[in-house]
Design a protein around this ligand. Structure first.
Ligand code: M6R
Length: 610
């Protein structure tokens, strides 16, 4: 949600900023802008995608070796040139970009207006700019100290970066709730709201923590705490490579990431699964496994696709380990005064590790002294740093806004966790070995599903014009139905609903007609006969049935318009395979409808505002 870049060094800043913004575009694409300091401040900003800004800069470039840039996902104020960042101080001496929401901006704006400050935009960000000016005017403090003091009056979340027209050797950045990291080069530094704009230049990074402010000069950088004390920071090594954040010949990141699932799932298991005791080794969590085994309840908190993975996790942990699990929307959790007791354990699940709602749920649990564990993909993210312990997905960077490989990697990690929690309690060695063996076979089976992509594409061409889709599944495939519907909604803008198949007769059956495709997850598992009856019920009402079922199942051909066959696996592992054709279906439908697959309207990859 909004991307920030910054550069200070000896190269032309605008080139690095534009490239960096393009790499961050998945965080927001309502407008983009840059500010360059070159003895004075030059600002350029444009509504819409970064290409508009870069075309503008090609016509008339800005020279200078220090600058900041921003790609916006609009919260306060429409997406237009005026509301685009950077926002500049009234006297034109500094420019600021911001990710997050200043929650008390109305009160601050009224107070500043009453003291004669003018506002040209509707943004909360401009309020922060005026507040910094006001502090400077009243105190005579340096820009860095004025920023610190202004931020102490701000409620809400921010990641900010500033550049001064009066000092072409200083970048300032600060964070509370919105990620920021500094890339360390040779005599040059790069700022990013994630690693994507940095990785091309350096792998050495420093992560800013909440409340920290950094002042960067060509000669070095200093990080300060809330109390304005200088801090020693650890330099980390980025794990990702440049090629992982490029399309590598695919038309879209989403397709690349769908196709990467065999390796993503394999990597999520690498070094963790053994076909003998201890069967599963989850490095970071090993010291906490006994506590989790003894938990009276495990609460899984997440949003969106990660919440769907959590629902699969509930089936896995309850069925295998027999530990009670509750799955919570992170966005609801803290606002409904949740009952958190001694003996509870919370696991937050997030691809980005930065989703504001999920961070708020984590804080709520921590405030109630409940241990919080994390399952996330992004190394060094807030969830990775602020949970008691956790497991990385190791799925590699996910750039497409629609989450795909993160889902299968999350389900893989949750399966591993469920198996570990079962060991010595509910599962014997033979059963554990059987699961481990089957999990190791999953990447090749995902590849088999991907090999049938052309058939799914054919189906997509037939139904891509439908206005509504229904997705139905039972047991662990009910969350897959939800995930299939979410994928279709978010990238092709077709209305879709996911339901437990048995719930159809309690309402959604009224929707069935000859124009609505109904996608059934109909694996030959413990609920197969019931799902078969539901398929009959839809067929009897002239509904269009697309079924996903096991490779050797011949039952459905007469009943269904299309049957997508996937390799057979253990019932609880089937979401790892059954979700894949649904991802492909939504992808091909979106492409056919001419939708912006990687940057669907109104969405952003990482939702860092509540
Ligand atoms: O980074 P997270 O996993 O915490 O993100 C959660 C959701 O915002 C995310 O899964 C969203 O629903 C995706 N657009 C789904 O494709």
């Amino acid at each position: 949600m909004c991307g920030i870049v910054g550069y200070i060094g000896e190269r032309q800043a605008s080139d690095i900023l534009i490239k960096g913004l393009s790499r961050l575009e998945y965080r927001g694409y309502d407008s983009a802008g840059i500010a360059i300091a070159n003895g004075k401040l030059e600002v350029r900003k444009k509504k819409g995608k970064i290409v508009h800004l870069s075309n503008d800069l090609e016509r008339a470039g800005i020279s200078g070796k220090i600058g900041i840039g921003h790609t916006r996902w609009a919260t306060h104020g429409a997406p237009n040139d005026v509301n685009a960042h950077p926002h500049v101080s009234s006297d034109g001496t500094f420019a600021l970009v911001h990710n997050g929401i200043i929650e008390n901006y109305t009160a601050l704006r009224e107070s500043l207006s009453s003291r004669g400050y003018n506002f040209t935009s509707q943004t909360d960000t401009e309020v922060l700019v005026r507040l910094i000016e006001d502090v400077q005017k009243n105190t005579g403090l340096s820009l860095g100290k004025a920023v610190r003091q202004a931020l102490s009056q701000v409620e809400g979340a921010y990641g900010i970066a500033l550049v001064s027209g009066e000092d072409s050797d200083m970048l300032i950045a600060a964070r509370k709730g919105s990620p920021l990291l500094l890339g360390i080069g040779e005599g040059e530094y790069f700022l990013g709201s994630d690693a994507a704009p940095i990785i091309e230049y350096t792998k050495k990074v420093v992560y800013l923590n909440d409340g920290e402010l950094i002042i960067v000069r060509r000669s070095g950088f200093k990080v300060f705490s809330v109390e304005d004390e200088a801090l020693d920071k650890t330099v980390h090594e980025l794990e990702w490579d440049l090629e992982q954040i490029e399309k590598g010949g695919y038309e879209h990141f989403m397709l690349k990431e769908i196709m990467e699932q065999p390796s993503a799932v394999e990597n999520s298991m690498r070094g963790r699964m053994l076909d003998h005791d201890p069967f599963v080794q989850l490095g970071g969590m090993m010291d906490s496994i006994e506590d989790l085994k003894n938990a009276s309840r495990i609460i899984l908190c997440a949003c969106g696709t990660s919440w769907h993975a959590a629902l699969v996790g509930e089936y896995l942990i309850e069925s295998l380990a027999r530990i009670p699990v509750e799955v919570e929307y992170a966005s609801e959790f803290r606002y409904r005064n949740p009952i958190l007791r001694e003996g509870d354990a919370v696991i937050v699940i997030s691809q980005s590790g930065e989703t504001a709602d999920t961070l708020a749920a984590m804080e709520e649990a921590q405030k109630n002294n409940v241990p919080v564990y994390g399952i996330c993909n992004t190394v060094g993210s807030t969830i990775a740093r602020e949970t008691k312990a956790g497991v990385y997905l190791h799925a590699g960077p996910e750039i497409g806004v629609a989450s795909t490989k993160a889902f299968t990697a999350q389900v893989s990690v949750l399966t591993q966790l469920a198996l570990k929690l079962s060991q010595g309690r509910t599962l014997g060695d033979d059963e554990l070995k059987e699961y481990v063996t089957e999990m190791k076979a999953i990447p090749a089976k995902i590849q088999q599903v991907l090999d049938s992509a052309d058939y799914v594409k054919e189906i997509s061409q037939i139904y891509g014009h439908a206005s509504n889709f229904l997705y139905l599944g039972r047991g662990p495939n009910f969350p897959v139905a939800l995930e299939g519907a979410l994928k279709l909604k978010e990238i092709s803008y077709i209305h879709a609903e996911g339901y437990p198949a048995a719930e159809m007769k309690h309402g959604p059956i009224a929707l069935i007609d000859e124009s609505m495709p109904v996608v059934f997850l109909a694996m030959q598992d413990s609920s197969y006969q019931k799902v078969l009856s539901n398929i009959e019920e839809v067929a009897a009402r002239d509904g269009i049935v697309i079924a996903v079922t096991d490779a050797n199942n011949g039952d459905l051909d007469a009943l269904c318009e299309h049957v997508i066959r996937i390799p057979k696996t253990i019932e609880l592992l089937s979401p790892l395979l059954s979700v894949v054709p649904l991802q492909l279906l939504s992808y091909y439908i979106a492409v056919m409808r001419g939708c912006e697959v990687d940057q669907p309207r109104n969405l952003a990859k990482s939702v860092t505002v509540e």
